[in-house]
Design a protein. Structure first.
Length: 205
């Protein structure tokens, strides 16, 4: 491939996307692709420091500040990791990206969606994922899977997480070609099969 691919994995906390991302990574590597696994917030380097603040800072974090910290992490991540790897023909699998900010800061925190879209566009310098998986799960199940040790975002409450879920579904409704919704309550192997099927048809298109 001249230009690689940028594939993002999205969904509620505890939806199982990281497991699926790693399984897909193994699958693609076995097929001979050069794969990079990365995440937001908190890829290597500066991102790790931003992640620590975003998930563990115990003082007041205003909603706008929170959005800007995720966006700062994204700008650094796109410039330093994603764009160079895609430019070298690699397949980048990224755990969370722009749709998380729309779902969490936009729908969850109630910030203006158009403004979040604009800021996302600035943070990515216009780069968009080629394909996105949203692992959909009801809030009760996702909260049970997360357990009692919750980070700052996971502690935001049921109403918040319900809005996040609806936000993701709305995003998928608006962009059905890019965003594929997967029922995250199915078994891990069944979900993997579905992911592979989607990837195979995407790669052969
Ligand atoms: P993480 O531990 O990576 O959660 P998960 O394993 O579920 O992906 O924590 C990331 C948290 O940050 C998660 O609760 C979602 C949230 N988040 C946002 O609110 N906005 C964003 O733009 C991003 C990238 C993540």
């Amino acid at each position: 491939m001249d230009r690689g691919l940028f594939i993002t994995f999205e969904g509620a906390d505890g939806c199982g996307k990281t497991t699926q991302l790693n399984m897909l990574s193994e699958y693609l590597k076995e097929k001979g692709f050069d794969v990079v696994v990365t995440r937001e917030p908190g890829a290597k380097g500066l991102g790790e420091k931003l992640r620590e603040i975003l998930l563990n800072y115990e003082g007041v974090v205003s909603d706008r500040c929170e959005a800007f910290l995720f966006l700062a992490d994204r700008a650094q991540h796109v410039d330093v990791i994603v764009k160079p790897a895609v430019g070298l023909g690699k397949i980048v699998l990224c755990d969370r990206h722009t749709d998380s900010t729309v779902a969490y800061q936009g729908y969850g925190r109630g910030q203006d969606i158009d403004r979040i879209n604009l800021l996302n566009n600035i943070a990515t310098d216009g780069m968009k994922p080629d394909l996105t998986f949203v692992f959909d799960i009801d809030v009760e199940t996702s909260q049970q899977r997360v357990g009692s040790e919750k980070d700052r975002m996971e502690s935001a409450g049921m109403d918040f997480h319900n809005r996040v879920r609806q936000g993701y579904l709305k995003l998928a409704e608006n962009e059905p070609n890019r965003i594929k919704v997967i029922d995250a309550k199915k078994s891990i192997p069944d979900i993997h099969d579905e992911v592979v099927e989607i990837i195979e048809s995407f790669l052969s298109a």
